[in-house]
Design a protein around this ligand. Structure first.
Ligand code: ZN
Length: 564
């Protein structure tokens, strides 16, 4: 009996290894049962390939039954890879150990369950998978990415052709995002079968438990969602690592032979920053920014649920400064510019590197991505239908971060450069104002998406703060986090809580919400898109930039505009 009890305790401890005690306590009430993935994968970074097996225990938590399940094979989604090539194959698919009838087309995998799965019941779906990773040809450097961006702004259609690099293999780092067959979201409306448009985040998934065994060459570091439980060397020179990740919406892996690492413990959570050796200065600064963001957000939004948070350098492109996953955020290599400042003496490169917009970009992106642990990893929202819900909140969270640590003026500078300017540049280049509350697929390219969702959407929260007053505004963020903890927020969820916090102001809150979310008054509310107005926005924040550097930037901008 005693052995049995000890074993049981061990299993119980393992299952909760990466949830903090208070979060574990709450799951007993809010999420007593959830779907579970058991995945074993063997990765070969040299041939950029992997294969493995996954067993998914799918639990139907909805009030309606279903007789099929949808998995997304994102490596086969041209929206993600910007390639017509299918990078993943699945085989030997079974449901409750019997061969299953399946229908696969590109990224869609529909599996017949052979029965009507009722509320509260579960099935076990097994499959083998094998895949290759697309190789990255680009090398990330801030200047060429910025110029590429500028050129794409002038040709919005081309921007939708950009691969963010989320699922790809670079020279020093392998990005394994969305790499396994992922159970789509099953909610009150049925299965989410909506196609990924290629702009923004792919989707959102229900929290599930992951138990993942990763086998890699022993000299590769493995950084993942969740917490590593064991590590065992194999006879063939490879290393097998077992990772547990309870209550996560997705499972990310980053691989590198050369990652260096710094670690810090805050409020019972271990923060780890990983970066390439040539980026030690930037890498250390990502830890400082992440630690500051983590402490402040924990205080003003509520406690972070997991016992680990990784901040990982990753080669990303197409205007992606970072991409968020549960318990792990990736930050684009192009923002780690240690070498650029030292070795490059091109005056325009120098002007860019020394410009506050660029020098604070890394800190802003880290603050934004860490905020996604609250607004995306914990509070879920549909990224395809309502991308503003988590993106506008993560962007305004980064503004709150700058205000808290560097004062009101610094926060205003960030709003001007990261939000106002997006909108004004978009207008200057001929783009239109649009409602914020639109699906990602209705935005024409990355500048329009940045202008409306990240710019206008985030500035809505600043306007709402003025309307509500600070105390009820901050109380609303805390209340919203608590109310939607591992649930799914709708576009109206925050507004409804804001109205409750300030009952006398519900009419003006509703009017403000309609004006910013569903109407087009941003020229008036944010600023027009004339070159004069754009320059005013830039100058309002950059009194310290020498005039000649500003002239260089303007010249560069004008020459790109002329080429059009
Ligand atoms: Zn974001």
């Amino acid at each position: 009996m005693k052995v049995w009890v000890v074993l049981f305790l061990l299993i119980a401890m393992n299952a909760s290894a990466s949830l903090k005690p208070e979060a574990l306590q709450r799951t007993k009430k809010d999420w007593p049962q959830r779907s579970r993935y058991e995945i074993s994968v063997e990765l070969d970074p040299i041939s950029r390939s992997y294969h493995g097996h996954q067993k998914v225990n799918f639990l139907n938590r909805q009030k309606r039954s279903t007789n099929y399940a949808i998995f997304f094979l994102y490596p086969n989604d041209p929206g993600l890879t910007k390639s017509q090539k299918e990078f993943m194959k699945v085989s030997n698919i079974s449901v409750n150990a019997s061969d299953a009838k399946v229908d696969q087309k590109g990224p869609y995998l529909r599996i017949d369950l052979g029965q009507e799965l009722q509320t509260g019941k579960s099935v076990v779906i097994d499959m083998d998978f094998e895949a290759t990773l697309p190789e990255q040809k680009q090398s990330a450097d801030l200047f060429s990415e910025a110029m590429d961006e500028l050129k794409q702004m002038l040709d919005p259609k081309s921007a939708a052709q950009n691969d963010y690099g989320v699922f790809s293999s670079g020279k020093d780092i392998v990005n394994l995002g969305l790499w396994y067959p992922i159970l789509s979201k099953y909610d009150a409306d049925g299965w989410d079968e909506e196609k990924y448009s290629g702009i923004g985040d792919v989707s959102y998934f229900d929290p599930a438990d992951f138990h993942v065994t990763v086998t890699v060459p022993a000299d590769y570091k493995t950084v993942t969602t969740g917490t590593q439980i064991t590590e065992s060397p194999l006879k063939d020179g490879r290393m097998q690592r077992v990772i547990d990740a309870p209550l996560v919406r997705d499972f990310e892996i980053e691989l590198s032979r050369t990652f260096e690492q710094v670690t810090r413990l805050i409020n019972g959570t271990t923060l780890q920053a990983f970066y390439l050796p040539q980026h030690a200065t930037s890498g250390a600064s990502t830890m400082n920014s992440a630690a500051q963001a983590f402490e402040y957000y924990s205080k003003i939004f509520g406690p972070y649920p997991y016992s680990e948070l990784d901040i990982v350098e990753a080669p990303l492109f197409g205007g992606a400064g970072g991409v968020e996953f549960p318990g792990l955020v990736t930050i684009s290599s192009m923002l780690y510019n240690d070498d650029q400042q030292k070795t490059d003496d091109d005056p325009v490169h120098q002007a860019l590197a020394n410009n506050p917009v660029f020098s604070q970009m890394l800190e802003f992106v880290v603050a934004h991505e860490v905020a996604h642990q609250w607004w995306n990893a914990t509070v879920g929202s549909n990224s395809k239908k309502y991308p503003f819900i988590d993106e506008a909140m993560a962007n305004y969270s980064a503004v709150l971060y700058f205000e808290h640590y560097y004062g009101k003026k610094a926060a205003e500078q960030q709003m001007a450069m990261q939000m106002k300017l997006n909108y004004q540049m978009h207008r200057m280049l001929g783009g239109q104002d649009k409602p914020v509350n639109l699906p990602a697929s209705s935005f024409q390219g990355s500048l329009e998406y940045a202008a409306i969702v990240y710019g206008k959407g985030a500035l809505f929260f600043d306007r709402l703060r003025t309307v509500m007053g600070d105390a009820p505004f901050f109380a609303a963020w805390k209340n919203y986090y608590d109310a939607y903890w591992f649930r799914t927020a709708s576009p109206d969820s925050f507004k409804e809580i804001a109205e409750k916090k300030t009952p006398g102001k519900s009419k003006v809150i509703e009017a403000t919400y309609q004006r910013w979310m569903n109407q087009m008054h941003a020229d008036e509310d944010i600023g027009p898109g004339t070159l004069d107005a754009v320059m005013k926005t830039v100058l309002s924040t950059n009194q310290n930039i020498p005039q000649d550097k500003l002239d260089d930037l303007l010249k560069e901008l004008n020459s790109v505009l002329d080429q059009n």
